[in-house]
Design a protein around this ligand. Structure first.
Ligand code: BGC
Length: 757
């Protein structure tokens, strides 16, 4: 690595400003006289979309492996497998001469209809963060960078370029930030991409608190912040806000504006230098990895198949699956011949090859006769003749495989879905085929939940095959024929109705603002808290075998928050097939000062078991597993008390519970103020008897007026104690001003002075 400070010292102001804005759609500006190379970036996230013509923004791209999209990846709950995918992506970047891959995307699935949900991992920040960190570590282990995106609160496509996400601090800290925070702390992505939208009124591209105070200072992010493509509105403001690189380029007028601002004293050159330093560090780091050569197309296709098979989620099975040597299979649905394996937008990959689901079935069902019917058209039109044709084939077969994919353009970057529905024709097809053929299996291809309740009862089995990547056609066959025992579990809840979903009343916003009124309660946090029934809960997925959980234990029943603890449970494969189980640990706080979701995922492990085999699964829980973010203290807070550790096979299938007692090591600062309530005063002064007795003394005239002690009486038909406790001490004293020799404000200020002393 060359001496970056010395290079900066030799750079002209113009060179610095130019470096901070892209040279082309995908590259940074080289500075030949100082030996600064160009750096090349490319989308991302589940494949390498390297433009065929280097600088072209929208155009054809070079062939690369299209891996399953993030919904499928997350459903594997397999960090090691995702790490392996990261390594493969890194190898493809090297072969295709790419320095930084633009991904992964860790935005939360606030609503199931966000058009880009297929690119995002989960509704749960813990799961998304762990898996993203693994992907980043995989890519970067090859000497290729990543771009963690889109920071932050980019949870819809509607008006994504200018809408302001209105989110309170605690919700940001507990729901929308942690996946970023975890990925940064565990994996140090080389770059972080800011979101297009505003957060609480300020563009993310100019958000100093977001980019500098939190990302760089608090989380110690070492790389550089890059804009989403076209997210910068005011280049000078964005540099001040901590946005190091603007993309795409070139943008001569922006560069000039920066130069002028420095000359006019409006932009401190030190700010520019810091961005230059961050960019140069990564540019030189990228240059250390020699680029070119080839990647192993076959090996990566095989890996993509393995990931797809492990991410598919068996939603229903009446025992028909795995298939037992059927002789005559009716394959129905366009998606059997035209694999639907990725979504629309910047992540769209030109695959090296595509496994056709029909052919893959043919290969595994060597001795079976296969028939095919299209079943439904490409668009939303209704064609009864296609249903009739399918029914005839289904009737004549032993089994009907029904491949149902959402229409190609329904899920994409740039717009959201209007509903959760399959097309009218698809629903009619499923019902008609299942009515004639009891052995009907529905295979779904989509990137986010679809409505199922209307036809759930009809088929014998349902397999969620996601946007499964280019090899997914083979993975479906592997699962249907039992070559792979399904082990995927949902990383997002399947609601019954769109109207049941947490953000329903606040989505997508209006007049330029979207209010995150549901706060912390997205995904299962919401359904749990409200007792809203769902189609399939978070963490759900079936297997061809069964697992028994027994003997839950903890390393310590009473523990200090900073020490954390380890929870263990024995898992036994009680069926007759080898399989993998995802063990999930949720934490429930029995009592807390602030409202908390009923339970939150804080650990998980995937374990492989032979029939009859038992393994002990141990999952560590740290300080953060028990803490909440308290905006009043502006920090993560633990409280003394009991927590239930819920160990489950899904968020709704808890198999073992252990209760533990936490001892907090926090010494929280005093935050009392003039308007603090009596309850707050007493809670604080509990350990300060001198203050406590003064408060009781001050309250005695009011207590006397009520005709008794502060413990309450029924003079005016109320619970005096409850009434008083919730009032500011000052307000209570004001009612009895005449009882005191001094102004009551002075009395409270005295107490405050003692409290802060
Ligand atoms: C997307 C990013 C993407 C970039 C470059 C933007 O529109 O939001 O995710 O990396 O384009 O293609």
């Amino acid at each position: 690595m060359p001496d970056i400070q010395s290079i900066i010292a030799h750079m002209t102001l113009e060179e610095k400003a130019t470096l901070c804005t892209g040279a082309t759609a995908w590259s940074t500006t080289p500075i030949e006289r100082l030996g600064v190379p160009e750096m090349y970036v490319t989308d991302g996230p589940h494949g390498v979309r390297r433009a065929a013509e280097a600088g072209v923004f929208i155009g054809s791209s070079l062939p690369a492996t299209c891996f399953p999209t993030a919904s499928c990846l997350a459903s594997t709950w397999n960090a090691d497998l995702i790490h392996a995918m990261g390594q493969a992506l890194g190898e493809e970047c090297i072969a295709l001469k790419v320095d930084v891959l633009l991904g992964p995307s860790v935005n939360m699935k606030r609503t199931p209809v966000c058009g880009r949900n297929f690119e995002y991992f989960s509704e749960d920040p813990y799961l998304a963060g762990e898996l993203a960190a693994s992907l980043i570590n995989g890519v970067q282990s090859k000497g290729v960078g990543t771009s963690l995106k889109h920071y932050a609160a980019n949870n819809q496509e509607f008006e994504r370029f200018n809408i302001s996400a209105e989110v309170d601090e605690r919700t940001l800290r507990e729901i929308y930030f942690p996946a970023f925070e975890t990925a940064i702390k565990q994996a140090q992505p080389w770059t972080v991409m800011c979101a297009y939208n505003k957060l609480n009124g300020t563009y993310c591209s100019e958000h100093h608190r977001l980019l500098v105070d939190i990302l760089k200072d608090e989380w110690a992010f070492e790389g550089f912040a890059v804009s989403d493509w076209g997210a910068v509105h005011d280049r000078v403001a964005s540099l001040r806000g901590g946005l190091d690189l603007e993309m795409p380029g070139p943008k001569d007028r922006r560069v000039q504006a920066v130069v002028d601002a420095v000359r006019a004293g409006e932009l401190d050159e030190a700010v520019l230098n810091e961005s230059v330093r961050r960019i140069l560090r990564i540019v030189f780091k990228a240059a250390e990895t020699p680029k070119g050569g080839a990647f192993d197309v076959e090996a990566h296709h095989t890996l993509a198949r393995q990931i797809a098979a492990e991410g598919m989620v068996l939603l229903k099975n009446n025992g028909l699956l795995p298939l037992k040597n059927p002789q005559h299979i009716a394959v129905i649905g366009r998606a059997a011949k035209q694999a639907h394996f990725q979504g629309g937008g910047s992540s769209h990959i030109n695959p090296t090859k595509v496994a056709v689901p029909f052919k893959e079935i043919q290969q595994l069902a060597e001795h079976a006769g296969l028939t095919y019917a299209e079943g439904y058209p490409t668009d939303n039109t209704f064609k009864q003749a296609l249903i009739d044709e399918a029914v005839v084939l289904a009737k004549a077969a032993d089994v009907a495989l029904l491949y149902v994919a959402l229409p190609t353009y329904k899920e994409s970057e740039g717009y959201d879905r209007a509903d959760l529905d399959l097309t009218e024709q698809q629903v009619a097809l499923i019902k008609a085929v299942a009515a004639i053929q009891p052995n009907t299996i529905v295979i779904l291809n989509n990137g986010a939940p679809v409505a199922i309740s209307d036809w759930f009862d009809a088929p014998a089995a349902i397999l969620e095959a996601w946007m499964m990547g280019q090899a997914g056609g083979g993975a479906i066959a592997d699962v249907l024929f039992g070559r792979v025992n399904p082990s995927g579990k949902l990383a997002e809840t399947y609601p019954l109705n769109l109207a049941d979903t947490p953000a329903y009343l606040n989505f997508p916003g209006e007049n330029g603002e979207v209010r995150y009124g549901e706060g912390l309660f997205i995904g299962y946090r919401y359904y749990d808290a409200k007792g809203v029934p769902v189609q399939f809960p978070f963490g759900y997925g079936l297997s061809y075998t069964t697992f028994a959980y027994s003997n839950p234990t903890v390393s310590a029943a009473t523990f200090m928050d900073v020490d954390g603890l380890t929870v263990s449970i024995d898992v036994t494969n009680t069926g007759s097939l080898a399989g993998k189980e995802v063990v999930q640990v949720y934490v429930h706080d029995r009592q807390s000062r602030l409202v908390r979701p009923p339970k939150e995922l804080k650990g998980f492990a995937k374990v492989e078991l032979q029939p009859g085999e038992t393994k002990t699964v141990s999952i560590p829980l740290d300080f953060r597993a028990f803490a909440f973010y308290d905006p009043a203290y502006q920090q993560w807070v633990t409280e003394d008390g009991e927590f239930d550790l819920l160990i489950g096979a899904s968020s709704a299938d808890i198999r073992g519970t252990v209760t533990v007692t936490l001892q907090s090591t926090l010494q929280l600062p005093c935050i009392l103020k003039r308007e603090s309530t009596i309850k707050e005063w007493l809670a604080y002064s509990h350990s300060k008897p001198a203050i406590e007795s003064q408060i009781k003394q001050l309250l005695s005239p009011m207590a006397a007026a009520f005709g008794g002690g502060v413990d309450g009486n029924d003079t005016i038909g109320m619970d005096t104690m409850t009434f008083l406790m919730d009032m500011p001490l000052l307000s209570v004293l004001q009612f009895q001003e005449s009882a005191f020799p001094r102004p009551v404000e002075a009395l409270v200020d005295d107490l405050l002075e003692q409290a802060y002393r």
